[in-house]
Design a protein around this ligand. Structure first.
Ligand code: PMP
Ligand code: GLU
Length: 396
C-alpha cells in the first residue's frame, strides 16, 4: 500500500508550513534540543480569566448538546453587535455563521463559492493556507507579488492587471499575516474602485488580526461603497483573545452566501464547539480595554524585534503595523555559504536558523514570497532577545 491509493486531492495538497514547522520544533525540543519556536502565530498569553469563567459556567449550565449549525443565536447577536461597534457593518443574524476557527470559515466559503477553474487573486505574501484551501475547492490561485518597497501591499493597478474573465474572488488579510501590513482606508477605497467595475468578483476580507493593530485604525472593506453585497468578512477570537485552541471563527456575509456555507458546515462538522461558543460571547461583549494589555505588549515586542533585527546586516525590514510577525527580506544571503551550509533560498535560510541558531521560523515560500522569512514575535521578551542574539551569532 502506498500514497498512490490516496486521493489526488490530498496528494496535491501541501502540508501547512506553519503547523509543520511548529511540529518539527516540538519534535526537536522533545529530543533535548534547546529550540526557540518563533514559527507559530499563536499568542503566548493565557486566556483572560473572564472568558475562562464563561466557559466554566457553560459547562455547569449543561451546554452539551449540538448547537444550531451556524451558532447560538445569542452568540450571533454578540457578533452582529461587534460588527456594528467595531466595523460599522450591519449584519443580521441570517448573515452570520460561526465555525471551528476562521480557518474553517475560509474553507466553508471556498467550498460554497468556488467552481473548478475559477481564479482567486491572492496578493502575495498571503496567509499560508489560502492557496491550498482555494485549490481544494477547484480554484486557481493567482498570486500578485508585492515587495517590501510597497510595504507588501497590492496596488489598484496590480489588482486590475490580475483580473481576467475567470476571476471569481479576491482573498486578503489586513492586518496581514505574514507581513504585518495594514491597508489604509484610502488603499482599500482604491481597490474597491477597481472592483466596482467588475461586479462578479467577491472579496474575502480576513480581519482576524483586527485588534492587533498599532496604527489605531482598522477599516473593513465591506464598509466601503459598493462592497457590502460582495464581501465575506472573516474574523475570530484566536488572536486578540488568545483563544487559538478553542477554535471559534465567524463570517459576516450576504445572507445567500452565509446560508450556503451553513449548508456545507452542516454536512461536515455540524457546527462549532458549544462551550467555546458560550465563552466567545463573553469575549466579544467585553470592552476592548480588557485585552489592551496584550496588544500593548505585542506593540512593545514589535519595536524590540525591529530594533534588534535591524542591527543584523542583511535583514531588510518593513515596519509592520499589525499582527505579530516580522517578514524580513533576507535575499542578500542567497548564494552564500555560512558555517558549511549553502543558502540558496528562503527555505535554506530558515533551515540554517533552525540548525545553527536553534530558532524556528517559517520560510516565505510558504506565503508566496521567496525572498523573506516569517518570524513570529508572539513569544516572551526574553525568548525574543535570546533568539535574535543567536541568529546574529550564527550569521557572524
Ligand atoms: N487567517 C489568518 C490570517 C491567520 O493568521 C489565521 C491563524 N490561525 C487564521 C486565519 C485561522 O485562525 P483560526 O485559529 O481562527 O482558525
Ligand atoms: N495562523 C497561525 C500561523 O500562521 C497559526 C497556524 C495555522 O493556523 O496555520 O502561524
Amino acid at each position: 500500500m502506498s500514497t498512490d491509493f490516496l486521493s489526488e486531492r490530498i496528494n496535491n495538497m501541501a502540508t501547512s508550513a506553519t503547523l509543520a514547522m511548529a511540529a518539527k520544533a516540538r519534535e526537536l525540543k522533545a529530543e533535548g534540543r534547546d529550540i526557540i519556536g518563533l514559527s507559530l502565530g499563536e499568542p503566548d498569553f493565557n486566556i483572560p480569566d473572564f472568558i475562562k469563567e464563561a466557559a466554566k459556567e457553560a459547562i455547569d449550565q449543561n451546554y452539551s448538546s449540538y448547537s444550531p449549525v451556524d451558532g447560538y443565536a445569542d452568540l450571533k447577536q454578540a457578533i452582529a453587535n461587534k460588527f456594528k461597534r467595531d466595523n460599522n457593518l450591519d449584519y443580521g443574524l441570517d448573515q452570520i455563521v460561526v465555525s471551528t476557527g476562521a480557518k474553517q470559515s475560509l474553507a466553508n466559503v471556498a467550498m460554497a463559492m468556488i467552481n473548478e477553474g475559477d481564479e482567486v487573486v491572492l496578493p502575495a505574501p498571503y496567509w499560508v493556507s489560502y492557496s491550498d484551501i482555494v485549490k481544494l475547492a477547484g480554484g486557481v490561485p493567482v498570486e500578485v507579488p508585492t515587495s517590501i518597497d510597497t510595504d507588501f501591499k497590492m496596488t489598484a493597478q496590480q489588482l486590475e492587471d490580475a483580473i481576467t474573465p475567470k476571476t471569481k474572488m479576491l482573498w486578503f488579510s489586513s492586518p496581514c499575516n505574514p507581513s504585518g501590513s495594514v491597508y489604509s482606508k484610502e488603499e482599500l477605497e482604491s481597490l474597491a474602485a477597481v472592483l466596482r467595475n467588475h461586479p462578479g468578483i467577491f472579496v474575502v476580507s480576513d480581519e482576524i488580526y483586527e485588534h492587533i493593530n498599532f496604527t489605531g485604525g482598522h477599516v473593513s472593506i465591506a464598509a466601503i461603497e459598493g462592497m457590502y453585497d460582495r464581501t465575506i468578512t472573516v474574523n475570530g477570537v484566536s488572536k486578540a483573545f488568545a483563544m487559538t485552541g478553542w477554535r471559534i471563527g465567524f463570517i459576516g456575509a450576504p445572507a445567500w452566501i452565509a446560508k450556503a456555507t451553513n449548508k456545507f458546515q452542516g454536512q461536515v462538522t455540524s457546527g462549532a464547539n458549544s462551550i467555546a461558543q458560550r465563552a466567545t460571547i463573553a469575549a466579544l461583549e467585553a470592552p476592548k480595554e480588557k485585552i489592551q494589555y496584550m496588544i500593548d505588549e505585542f506593540h512593545k515586542r514589535r519595536d524590540l524585534v525591529l530594533g534588534l533585527l535591524g542591527e543584523i546586516e542583511g535583514f531588510n525590514l518593513n515596519i509592520p503595523e499589525g499582527a505579530f510577525y516580522v517578514f524580513p527580506d533576507i535575499s542578500s544571503f542567497f548564494g552564500k555559504t555560512i558555517d558549511g551550509m549553502q543558502i540558496n533560498n528562503a527555505s535554506d535560510f530558515s533551515l540554517f536558523l533552525l540548525e545553527k541558531a536553534n530558532v524556528a521560523t517559517v520560510t516565505g515560500e510558504a506565503f508566496g514570497n521567496p525572498n523573506c522569512i516569517r518570524i513570529s514575535y508572539a513569544a516572551s521578551e526574553a525568548e525574543l532577545k535570546e533568539a535574535i542574539a543567536r541568529i546574529k551569532k550564527a550569521l557572524s
